[in-house]
Ligand binder design. Structure first.
Ligand code: COA
Length: 712
């Protein structure tokens, strides 16, 4: 069975057993039975209890093996120590879904984790899948199954909400009635011993009752499966990620490693997974509302119709902040809008029909906007005034939409005012028009609809095709030699050989073992030169005084040799490094000055090899102006990284300078992504830093290289 078929068996149950159905009124096992009855579950309910003959009027069985018919889902409400035994019985019964509410497994430590693993093995042996443990259960509106201890099924709707936190899910459950924002299902994932976000995305992508998938994520177990599932879902996904502090950065040995806080990696992974990122719970639900109710926004022109100048300006500020700035309406459209407002109104966009305009003004302006080819998305803003009734305005919006059609454009509304506005909002949402209580939320919703359209345009494939002119064997040979030498840090010449094997321009470099050899090599390479210490124990060469630049002649080579060697020995002595090895001094031609950029990689615990790009020098060290992508990826994806850094203007050429060679740079970033994914069994971190980037057509030069291997 495919993952989707297994999930279908689990999430569209025809029969549910409650293992540990309790005869005590307030016990969780009793509440689950009550919930299934009260949600009008239409399939068979089988309470399982060693002693009780019936629970809440339904015949109970001492063991699941005594149940006469098939059982699709078993909800576990027995204490942790009884779960494995009960799971073994479920496996014999070929139960399809194990919904394990019980706590006390991997979240409490190693011993619990071991039992959890065994439960999954047992479930798989009988052809079942495990949800949880440590969850509130699942709430499935399609099956009318409240198989949880949440109070009731959520308001029915078109969003599947999937949450790692059970308590959060319960609170969102009741909140659906306050927001009038329904859910097709609510799934609690808990410890994710088996079923995870990717499984749920795969299932809900194919569920015709679900238009949008909303996620609350604490951590992912398989980041790559998540990216793949999100990308191929073809349905809007919005996610709130908690715990975004810069974990794990402190221990990183490379420059890139120290900048790879999980928040930036998640940002990158969400983009690659076509997941819209919400910053808080409100945003998660507000965006879900728009994505579930409205079509995506196929162009970038938002039209705002408002009766208040203030909320109009606020919407304009927010639209810009969310990356969908308002534009002035074309002249012919302005002429049409002018007909819907008094002389002192503004037709430019925001279209301010003014406080005096009333219902008619709204209806006319909305009709103009909906018919216009220029408008791609519409926001109707309203301030409660004495000469209008919120309910009438809501009715007017609905009538305008009904009479004119939306021509595939999304429409959102925002009413600022009192209780009457709230009541009008309920009416709008029930009719499928998103409603918000401030203009910022309305603009965020439209920006999410725009983002969803851009993801759709991007399509499923990343169009990554690995470069063929690479020599993986040569790269592996360099790594094997370093390993044979007992090292997990490559020297600069070794790292450059690995980079060169993947087509990176590292320039000519030779390692001299003696001063005289250095003089000979210098003549071969040509001046000006750079000389650098080669020692596995000296990673930060400049800090140790191990680098001399702009050496112009033989005397310079001899002087540099002496200084570098003296500095390196002093450094080793000062740091008291045992068994330090000096392999010699590297000589390389000095790359002409360019704009410094950095490309590097880390091995993220959740996503694997992940590549970073940023401008070098203070941009990376002080401003941390960098961006990431999970490897491997195409040159086109790499091109998309460049505008994400704040200092992008430098790459475009500022103050009369030429545009820099972004094509070659993006090719190199993609090649590094290929390198670190093909050698992901060996490489932990890399830095190509600095890279000298030259004007368009002139390429770049990798000046320094660092590769840190995985500990084996
Ligand atoms: N098969 C069937 N029933 C069994 C059983 C078995 N192997 N072993 C025990 N039972 C029955 C008990 O007899 C009892 O029924 P009774 O009350 O009629 O005697 C019922 O199962 C429950 O057992 P009990 O020992 O009373 O447990 P409990 O109700 O106090 O707690 C849990 C059980 C699952 C609720 C509890 O262990 C737990 O994990 N709570 C946390 C849940 C949670 O917060 N989840 C995460 C949410 S985010």
């Amino acid at each position: 069975m495919s993952s989707v078929q297994e999930m279908k068996a689990l999430l569209t149950p025809k029969s549910i057993a409650i293992i540990g159905a309790s005869s005590k009124d307030n016990a969780i096992g009793n509440i689950v039975v009550k919930n299934l009855i009260e949600s009008h579950f239409e399939g068979a309910i089988y309470p399982i209890n060693p002693k009780a003959p019936e629970i809440r009027g339904i015949k109970a069985y001492p063991s699941i093996l005594d149940v006469p018919g098939e059982v699709d889902m078993a909800v576990f409400c027995v204490p942790a120590k009884a779960v494995l035994g009960a799971a073994e019985e479920c496996a014999k019964k070929h139960v399809k879904g194990y919904v394990i509410i019980t706590s006390g497994f991997s979240e409490i430590g190693h011993e619990g984790a071991e039992v959890e693993k065994k439960i999954v093995e047992v479930a798989h042996s009988g052809g079942g899948r495990v949800m949880g443990p440590n969850i509130v259960g699942v709430l499935l509106n399609g099956s009318k199954a409240n198989a949880s201890f949440a109070p009731c099924l959520p308001l029915d709707g078109k969003t599947a909400l999937i949450s790692q936190s059970g308590a959060l899910l319960i609170s969102l459950d009741m909140n659906t009635f306050v927001r009038h924002l329904g859910a097709s299902s609510m799934i609690s994932l808990g410890n994710m011993s088996d079923v995870d976000f990717a499984d749920c995305i795969n299932f809900y992508a194919e569920d015709d009752k679900t238009n949008c998938i909303g996620l609350y994520i604490e951590g992912l177990k398989n980041g790559r499966a998540f990216i793949e599932a999100g990308r191929k879902a073809g349905k809007p996904i919005v996610a709130l990620k908690s715990g975004v502090s810069a974990h794990g950065a402190a221990a990183a040995a490379s420059h890139t490693g120290s900048l790879a806080g999980s928040v930036k990696v998640y940002d990158a992974a969400f983009k690659q997974a076509h997941v819209i990122r919400a910053r808080d719970l409100d945003e998660l639900l507000d965006c879900s509302q728009a994505l579930a109710l409205q079509p995506v926004m196929k162009g970038e022109n938002i039209c705002v119709v408002t009766n208040g100048g203030g909320i109009g300006v606020l919407s304009s500020d927010s639209a810009e902040a969310y990356g969908v700035p308002l534009k002035t309406a074309p002249a012919d459209l302005q002429v049409e809008f002018k007909k819907c407002m008094p002389d002192f109104g503004s037709a430019k966009n925001p279209v301010d029909i003014t406080g005096g305009a009333g219902l008619k003004g709204y209806e006319d302006a909305i009709a103009v906007a909906l018919k216009s080819d220029w408008v791609n998305g519409l926001a109707v803003l309203y301030c409660e005034t004495a000469n209008t009734e919120p309910d009438e305005i809501a009715e007017g919006i609905l009538a305008a939409v009904k009479n004119n059609g939306t021509n595939g454009k999304p429409i959102v509304t925002c009413f600022v005012g009192g209780f009457k506005c709230q009541a009008a909002g309920k009416k709008l949402i029930e009719a499928g028009i998103p409603f918000y209580e401030n203009p910022d939320k309305a603009m965020r919703a439209l920006s999410a609809l725009r983002q969803a359209a851009l993801f759709q345009e991007e399509g499923i494939a990343d169009d990554y095709v690995p470069a063929k002119d690479v020599d993986q064997a040569a790269a592996r040979a360099v790594i094997a030699a370093a390993r044979a030498d007992g090292r997990s840090v490559l020297t600069e010449p070794e790292a450059k050989k690995v980079f060169a094997a993947y087509g990176l321009p590292v320039g000519k470099a030779l390692v001299a073992k003696t001063e005289d050899e250095a003089v000979k090599m210098a003549a071969e390479i040509g001046y000006p030169l750079v000389m650098k210490i080669v020692s596995p124990q000296i990673i930060h060469k400049s800090d140790a005084g191990g680098v001399k630049v702009n050496i112009k002649d033989e005397a310079g080579v001899r002087a540099a040799w002496k200084t570098i060697m003296d500095n390196a020995k002093a450094f080793i002595a000062k740091k008291d490094i045992k068994d330090a090895a000096i392999h010699g001094i590297l000589l390389q031609s000095m790359a002409p000055l360019g704009k410094e950029v950095i490309v590097g990689s880390v091995n993220d615990p959740q996503f694997g090899p992940t590549v970073m790009f940023g401008m070098g020098g203070i941009f990376v060290e002080v401003l941390k102006d960098v961006t990431f992508r999970v490897a491997p990826f195409s040159q086109k994806t790499a091109m998309g990284m460049l505008p994400e850094i704040k200092s992008y203007k430098i790459l475009q050429g500022t103050r009369g300078e030429k545009r820099l060679d972004q094509e070659r740079l993006s090719e190199i970033i993609s090649r590094i992504s290929q390198l670190v994914s093909e050698l992901s069994d060996e490489i932990a971190e890399t830095d190509a830093n600095p890279i000298m980037l030259y004007p368009e057509g002139e390429g770049l030069a990798v000046v320094d290289a660092r590769i840190i291997l995985k500990k084996k």
